[in-house]
Design a protein around this ligand. Structure first.
Ligand code: NAD
Length: 339
């Protein structure tokens, strides 16, 4: 297969490319990434420097129609997996505009270029956050739940999901959507909960937890999500959305306590800070459809995955240092400094 992966230098895209190279060495992977603050080309140097790898990197924007059209033509692309996005909720609260540009217009541009080229497979990577929020006793989200997003980030992702639906209904465009819960694992940018708390704990800093820490998220090890995307690419039905989850619901406070316990640290550094505006109480995923149709099930338990993840960060201190020294630092100072 000749596959265009967008946003491959981000957290999930990097893990996806490594996994697909391992599982499908015959696939040609072309990675289109704008290299925003969250994109790190160095993540994939091992593949770029491997002359035998079937891989090309292109620095560019998914909103650029000429570029995307040329890539599809030049590399004879057969399928697209769209990971490219502005992905951080707090940043979307600060400034929603780039979220609309990349997450909606960029996604639509990719769909349009792929449609015009007659591509037969497109996987659009979305999120559980498009479903809005759940109360503690409500059943987990199914694919039939309405899209009721609450943050500018989730609204932008829901916008692309609706556009994907429209492309299928209007043009019979062969697009499938994946909706997944919170990922964790290697290469995650340290603005997200687990690497943020890890870096702060290791530095002996306060660990800021929103509100009273009772918000619940479902956690999935990143490779399991990548497997879900792979299965969707290989077996997903056009016009369908598939939920993926890790069957590991935890409050934010439980998660941070578990992390501190693995690191052998006490809980005195936990600090509760003013809640995030519009903070969803709970996300939970019912992934029965993916289980039945695609043969998906999460293979890594949270207890295993969190240890693997911490080990990776301990082994890759230089990666963390390099990432933290970029523009991320200014954002963190501004965001957590004023709260
Ligand atoms: P990330 O922020 O780590 O990476 C995003 C990547 O997209 C970066 O490499 C960035 O440079 C690139 N990018 C941004 N704008 C671009 C543009 N206009 N053109 C080309 N490239 C661009 O994000 P992530 O956590 O790896 O998430 C990947 C996808 O998975 C996103 O669509 C996100 O909504 C979705 N998702 C993430 C999670 C999670 O827990 N992280 C859960 C469910 C779904």
């Amino acid at each position: 297969m000749r596959l265009l992966v967008t946003g491959g230098c981000g957290f999930i895209g990097t893990n996806f490319i490594y996994l697909m190279q391992e599982r499908h060495p015959d696939w040609k992977i072309v990675n289109l990434d704008k290299l925003t603050y969250a994109g790190n080309r160095k993540n994939l140097l091992a593949i770029e420097n491997n002359a035998d790898a079937n891989y090309s990197f292109i620095h560019g924007d998914i909103c650029d129609k000429t570029l995307v059209t040329n890539i599809i033509e030049e590399y004879q692309i057969e399928a697209v997996v769209n990971f490219a996005a502005e992905s951080h909720v707090d940043r979307s609260i600060n400034d929603p505009a780039p979220f609309l540009t990349t997450n909606i217009q960029g996604a639509q541009n990719l769909m349009e270029c792929a449609r015009q080229a007659g591509l037969e497979k497109f996987v659009h990577v979305s999120t559980d956050e498009v479903y809005g929020t759940l109360a503690k006793n409500e059943p987990a989200f199914t694919e039939d739940n309405p899209l009721i997003p609450n943050s500018p980030y989730s609204a932008s992702k829901a916008g692309a999901d609706l556009m994907a639906r429209a492309y299928f209904e209007t043009y019979n465009f062969p697009i499938s959507i994946t909706r997944c819960s919170n990922n964790y694992g290697p290469y995650q940018f340290p603005e997200k909960l687990i690497p943020l708390m890890y870096t702060k704990a290791v530095a002996g800093e306060q660990l800021p937890i929103y509100g009273d820490g009772s918000n619940i998220r479902d956690w999935i090890y990143v490779d399991d999500h990548c497997t879900g995307v792979e299965l969707t690419l290989l077996k997903g039905q056009p016009g369908r959305a598939y939920n993926f989850g890790g069957a590991a619901e935890k409050t934010n406070l439980e998660l941070v306590r578990e992390l501190l316990s693995i690191l052998g640290k006490d809980e005195s550094s936990i600090t509760f800070v003013k809640d995030r505006p519009g903070h969803d109480q709970r996300y939970a995923m019912d992934f029965t459809v993916a289980q039945n149709e695609l043969g998906f099930s999460p293979s890594v338990t949270f207890a295993e995955g969190i240890r693997k993840t911490i080990q990776w960060y301990q082994d890759n201190e230089l990666w963390l240092e390099e990432v933290k020294s970029g523009s991320y630092r200014d954002f963190m100072a501004e965001w957590y400094g004023e709260r």
